[in-house]
Ligand binder design. Sequence first.
Ligand code: ADP
Length: 267
Amino acid sequence: LEGRLVGLARAGEGPAGALLVLHDITRFRRLERMRTEFVANVSHELRTPLTSIRGFAETLLEADPDPETRRRFLEIVHREASRLSDLIEDLLDLSRIESGRMAMRPGPVAVDVLVADVLDRHQRRARAAELTLESRVPPGLPPVWGDRARLAQVLHNLVDNAIRYTPPGGRVTVAAEANPEGFVTVSVADTGIGIAREHLPRLFERFYRVDRARSRSSGGTGLGLSIVKHIVELHGGAVSVESEPGRGSTFRFSVPVAGPRTAASQG
Ligand code: ADP
């Protein structure tokens, strides 16, 4: 439709044509504004850890503090540097996805193995945060069709958030089920802080955060969910979220089952 509108607008004469041209300009302005906002967001996100790295490095150089303080400062420098590399990795992924350059190597993926691998990577952190992290994946699920590393990244981001936004004593549960439409749905449920209804529609936008300070101080890049949504959609799947403030959140994603249909359509 967009293409047709542009075509009409170019050929357009009289009021209808003018209107369509106007429509096109409005769209162009909106895209421009989105781009400007994105650059402002990125710059801000890069500046925050850099300011901190510079400040602590300067203090280390100038004040020559005692070994204990020195260690504490170096730990901060190290943490902020890791945060910068996470942010840059996420930005690169996002730009690869949005320009259609994210390489996908699809094949059949066993969901139970995928879940077990991702949970293994998070167990230590969950224990340190005094959380129970458990899998409820039934045996006998059909394999899904996808890029194993990318699907692991999706699950990783969701589990990472669930741990980040759940206070000590809570629980994070990963479950999966096959549905009749030929999809497997994986859910990540937490008993954490939850999300107010008004935020839900914008949650998957890049840099959208309910609580900027909290997300930053706990190490988030603000890009995790937008990457999740993009990757799942590249698989022909969908994401959703349900949440209640103070009770917890459940994020779900569905991806197609590997079978003759998907195998054939992927060539
Ligand atoms: P971030 O790096 O800030 O976590 P995300 O894109 O992963 O960025 O998430 C966007 C925002 O969604 C977060 O800042 C947080 O406000 C909210 N959010 C995501 N997951 C959860 C969750 N499991 N519980 C509560 N809030 C969440």
